[in-house]
Design a protein around this ligand. Structure first.
Ligand SMILES: CC(C)(COP(=O)(O)OP(=O)(O)OC[C@H]1O[C@@H](n2cnc3c(N)ncnc32)[C@H](O)[C@@H]1OP(=O)(O)O)[C@@H](O)C(=O)NCCC(=O)NCCS
Length: 220
């Protein structure tokens, strides 16, 4: 693992694989990750901290790490200087600078971000999870009957399906404000397409190793 002095992002094989996944999704989509590090919580500006000033340090740290990654990507894409990524007070979705869309996620170890300024991309969602099986009792909650048939009992893939659905929600909520339950999104694993009850069709891009990561893309 090496440290990129210019962006503050930690470069790792995971970041490189994520960048390749994002480029495959769209040539103007950028994504990267950072191992969450003690002190990342201090990257949050007062406006970014506001709704979570009482959150425990690990939560603030993960949010700070995701914003370090996102701001590095915004800078690479020619974004405005000294940008802030506060949360919407109603939905908690991050607010992106004009002309950009993106998404943030974090698990216990890694923070990830995806950002683009491609006019044809209306929404982006990203999610990350450790590569562990989904607890069996959650399978019916997360997966529809069609999805369970495709999964054939593979609970690591079921956790990736969970990631995909969270990414879909993050991509569509900022557009239509519609809350989605897990069964409101159906993923076709062979065609990598997600359909929502709210009428959207998204492309899904995912990796299973070294981390479960899903990107959802809503294009015009
Ligand atoms: C948004 C949500 C999916 C985030 O999941 P999580 O496991 O808590 O956390 P993640 O690390 O994956 O993502 C957190 C990031 O999501 C982003 N986020 C939060 N609410 C969001 C929303 N409404 N729209 C878009 N992005 C949102 C934020 O950037 C947040 O990071 P931050 O707090 O550091 O700013 C979840 O909290 C939620 O609201 N779920 C309800 C809807 C749902 O899950 N439906 C089933 C799937 S269709």
């Amino acid at each position: 693992m090496t440290h990129d002095e210019s962006s503050g992002a930690i470069l790792s094989p995971l970041s490189e694989r994520l960048d390749i996944l994002a480029s495959a999704a769209h040539p103007q989509l950028r994504a990267a990750c950072r191992k969450i590090t003690v002190g990342d919580e201090f990257a949050l500006t007062p406006a970014e901290l506001r709704p979570m000033d009482r959150a425990i340090a690990s939560v603030r740290r993960a949010s700070g790490a995701a914003r370090i990654v996102a701001k590095a990507l915004l800078a690479e894409l020619g974004g405005p200087p000294a940008v802030e990524l506060p949360r919407s007070s109603a939905s908690r979705a991050p607010q992106w600078p004009s002309g950009f869309v993106g998404s943030l996620a974090h698990d216990d170890e890694f923070a990830v971000a995806a950002v683009t300024r491609a006019p044809s991309i209306r929404g982006v969602g990203i999610d990350v999870e450790p590569p562990l099986p989904l607890p069996g009792d959650l399978l019916d909650v997360i997966a529809t009957a069609n999805e369970r048939e495709q999964l054939k009992g593979d609970l690591v893939s079921a956790r990736l399906l969970f990631c995909m659905k969270e990414a879909v929600y993050k991509a569509t909520y900022p557009i239509d404000g519609m809350f989605l339950e897990h069964h409101d999104v159906e993923i076709h694993l062979t065609s990598s397409v997600a359909l929502t009850n709210s009428g959207h069709s998204l492309r899904i891009y995912a990796m299973a190793r070294p981390r479960l990561i899903a990107l959802a893309l809503l294009t015009s």
